[in-house]
Write a protein that binds this ligand. Structure first.
Ligand SMILES: Cc1cc2nc3c(=O)[nH]c(=O)nc-3n(C[C@H](O)[C@H](O)[C@H](O)COP(=O)(O)OP(=O)(O)OC[C@H]3O[C@@H](n4cnc5c(N)ncnc54)[C@H](O)[C@@H]3O)c2cc1C
Length: 434
């Protein structure tokens, strides 16, 4: 029987290197407030070091220029990278480019079209091209993509796309957009939607604005990490810009979102651990009402609860990653859904407790906690709102049960049944006066 929580020594050595590298080389860059072009230059030597260690773009299989790590190792890696918002970009696996590269790879596998690799996949991997994932629309519920309205109609050798999207992360700095559109409104949306590569320079693509949001309310247009609102008006793309076969949009979305959620959850654990470290340090340092915060039971409860919740989320996430490696994303849907909502709440709670422990300093921008808190709030919404994932888990769990007018565990009913079943034995006990 194999039931093992250990990491093989060679990979543990890589993880140890990553921990030091993120702490010593990446985290200090956070405080410099570089513009995105400055940041790109700044991190080039760091990216070179990552490539030399064989850790670049580890989410893709070796034949596509990645390392083919599998989800468990990737998860362990993301836990470390997630401690800093710059970690993923230094390691060549930042969202949404990494997920989009996975999508393109899946499309390539489905169709055997190897031109995709040279045109879009390689440049994304090299970091010479940037991308956005354009699915959510302002006027339809993103939590139910069966309602999507953006339409793509075939016209000769071209597709003509019309629609409005928003929250396309990095849309205003992207070179290409991956757009989900309805290609056949007459069949079920699961078979009637497709994904396209749309170069931003295509006539009819308008980046209307970057949406001011909790992570950046006073948004400056064209900043890396912004969320763009985009209109597609009679946008014409050649037929070979369709990713995968026509109608495979939902299938592709699943391919992208399953592993993506594991990586998100592990990055959230990295963030939670960072908040936890800050909380513990402050608890040992701040003196009030006759003792250090660390000696007060409320603070101790926060520390203990945070540790337990982070441990639970970590085991759940690594188990989901392991299951994905064993049986694939589709058979791991419940596990992935559970970590999505559980992980998001742990992230939120740990950062919230850390802020409280720091008081006014925690609320101030002199500590990273307030920005972490704002970013954490979004985790309950993106990748599908938590409520939808809870619904999936509950619906699947309920399939194992049947309605019963009298509860199966109703004691009087069970006692009557037991008396009938063991009548002989009961008579014997009575006769023998035992
Ligand atoms: C920071 C951030 C980055 C994002 N990046 C991208 C991106 O790059 N590309 C992209 O396409 N999209 C992106 N999104 C959009 C995201 O995917 C959607 O916001 C999400 O799918 C929810 O859709 P919605 O906002 O339309 O909410 P709605 O669908 O309107 O849902 C609103 C609320 O209704 C409730 N609800 C919904 N369904 C149920 C249910 N079944 N049961 C109970 N309650 C329910 C939930 O509380 C939910 O929050 C991003 C969002 C955020 C916040």
């Amino acid at each position: 029987m194999a039931w093992d929580f250990s990491t093989e020594p060679e990979f543990e050595a890589q993880l140890e290197w990553m921990r030091g590298f993120v702490r010593e080389e990446i985290m200090p860059v956070e405080t410099l407030r570089l513009t995105h072009p400055q940041l790109r230059e700044f991190i080039k030597p760091l990216q070179e070091q990552v490539k030399e260690r064989g850790l670049w773009a580890a989410h893709l299989p070796p034949e596509l220029g990645g390392m083919g790590f599998g989800q468990v190792r990737l998860g362990l890696m993301h836990e470390i990278l997630g401690q800093s918002p710059y970690g993923p970009v230094v390691f060549g696996n930042n969202a949404p480019d990494s997920g989009n590269a996975e999508l393109l790879a899946a499309g390539m596998e489905m169709t055997g079209r190897h031109d995709i690799r040279e045109r879009w996949l390689e440049p994304l991997l090299q970091g010479t091209m940037r991308s956005g994932f354009s699915m959510t629309e302002p006027h339809t519920a993103g939590s139910d993509p069966r309602l999507l309205k953006t339409l793509a109609v075939k016209d000769g050798d071209e597709w003509v796309i019309n629609g409005r999207k928003w929250y396309t992360t990095n849309g205003s700095v992207a070179d290409i957009l991956i757009v989900m559109a309805v290609t056949n409104p007459d069949v079920h949306p699961y078979q009637g939607s497709s994904m396209f590569v749309v170069p931003v320079s295509t006539p009819g693509v308008t980046i209307v604005r970057d949406v001011g949001a909790m992570d950046d309310p006073e948004v400056t247009f064209g900043r890396f990490g912004n969320h763009a609102e985009i209109t597609y008006q009679d946008v014409r793309v050649p037929a070979d810009h369709l990713i995968g076969p026509e109608g495979s949009g939902f299938l592709l979305a699943q391919t992208r979102l399953g592993p993506g959620r594991i990586h998100h959850c592990m990055r959230w654990l990295g963030q939670s651990q960072r908040a936890f470290d800050m909380m513990c340090e402050r608890a040992l340092s701040r003196y009030t009402h006759g003792s250090y915060l660390a000696e007060k039971q409320t603070i101790q409860n926060w520390i203990a609860d945070s540790r337990a919740e982070m441990h639970a989320a970590r085991l759940m996430t690594l188990h989901a990653a392991w299951k994905m490696d064993q049986v694939g994303a589709s058979a791991s849907r419940d596990e992935i859904a559970m970590i999505k909502f559980y992980g998001a709440s742990v992230l939120h709670n740990v950062i919230d407790r850390a802020i409280q422990t720091y008081g006014s300093l925690g609320y101030s921008a002199d500590m990273p906690l307030e920005a972490m808190y704002r970013a954490a709030r979004a985790a309950r919404i993106y990748d599908g709102p938590d409520e939808v994932h809870r619904q999936t888990v509950a619906r699947h769990a309920l399939k194992n049960y049947e309605a019963s007018e009298i509860p199966s565990d109703h004691i009087p009913t069970r006692a009557a049944a037991a008396r009938e079943k063991f009548a002989g034995m009961l008579e014997f006990l009575e006769a023998e006066k035992v």
